[in-house]
Design a protein around this ligand. Structure first.
Ligand code: KMH
Ligand code: ZN
Length: 306
């Protein structure tokens, strides 16, 4: 059976507590979700942290450290730390998860986009916390900034920490940014691309668009591994397409709160189990964390800073 990497994005910085009672908020909830994802066949967990009281996305290094050290003591799953951070975080704040923990893998957002969550405001009338509607509304006037200057700075500290960048590609132009960084020697091939589809401000999820991204990356970059993650209800359709195209997949409540139309996912592990079932029907098996390390050329848990 072919092996592919299944990633779960545990909680993210986009959805808010009112949107789902199953969204992990506290460090213990995030730890439990990561361990359950590992048991369900996930090889990588992409992690953000939140204020345990209010569920607001934050960059608290003590919480990151508690989660990372506890998980590392219990299993060998790969932790992919966010450098996207909370909406509106500065690039200095965002960089801390790599400079503080030297993880094996971290997200690297390969360009600037508008990041519009504000249409979600129409779906909810009552909010559990006052910060939620303000946080969502703020995205109407928010540019997720990743300039060439910060991209080059990010390449430096990823390299200095021997952290593999998971290059988040929200639109075609970011493939060109990556080709530029490779050509200038800031990034080394083979690169690891995460095609992020369905964000308002980036490319929409469709088979044609995914095939275009893969083809465009082949023309512009050449040697790469790719994964696909989708914000919203197209998640499982496009992840299935990713498997068919030879890619890896990312599921998780950061990207999609539902297991199927009208049914909230009760955990990240539920979504992992679903994509594992689909993959199995296609003759594809979930890669172990060790197999994923070899696919991606990661440094191993002995080399991390936590
Ligand atoms: N924080 C969002 C604006 C990442 O984790 O690197 C983007 C994000 C991507 O969450
Ligand atoms: Zn993220």
């Amino acid at each position: 059976m072919e092996k592919r990497i299944i990633t779960a994005a545990i909680t993210g910085a986009l959805h808010t507590p009112t949107m789902s009672p199953y969204l992990p908020i506290t460090p213990n909830q995030i730890i439990d979700e990561i361990l359950a994802v590992h048991a369900a066949g996930g090889a990588v967990c992409h992690i953000h942290v939140r204020d345990p009281e209010t569920g607001r996305p934050i960059t608290d290094l003590d919480i990151f450290r508690r989660i990372a050290t506890t998980v590392k003591s219990k299993c060998d799953i790969i932790l992919c730390f966010t450098t996207g951070g909370p909406v509106g975080a500065s690039t200095d704040e965002r960089a801390k998860t790599v400079t503080a923990f030297s993880p094996e893998l971290a997200s690297f957002n390969a360009g600037s986009i508008n990041f519009g969550l504000f249409p979600l405001l129409e779906k909810y009338k009552e909010w559990r916390f006052d910060w939620e509607p303000e946080y969502i509304k703020m995205t109407e006037d928010f540019i997720f900034s990743n300039t060439f200057k910060t991209l080059q700075e990010f390449c430096e500290f990823f390299r200095n920490n021997n952290t593999k960048p998971e290059l988040e590609v929200y639109d075609a132009g970011m493939i060109n940014n990556i080709a530029f960084l490779v050509q200038k020697g800031y990034l080394c091939k083979p690169v690891y691309l995460q095609f992020v589809m369905g964000v308002l401000g980036g490319i929409t999820p469709s088979p044609e668009n995914l095939m275009f991204l893969v083809d465009y990356a082949k023309r512009m970059i050449g040697d790469f591994e790719f994964s696909v993650c989708v914000a919203g209800r197209a998640q499982f359709l496009m992840c299935t397409m990713a498997l068919i195209l030879g890619g890896h997949v990312r599921v998780g409540l950061e990207d999609n709160l539902y297991l199927e139309k009208g049914a909230l996912a009760k955990s990240n592990a539920e979504q992992v189990s679903k994509i594992v079932r689909i993959a199995k029907e296609l003759g594809i098996e979930a890669a172990s964390p060790e197999e994923a390390r070899s696919f991606l050329g990661l440094k191993g848990l002995d080399e991390v800073g936590f």
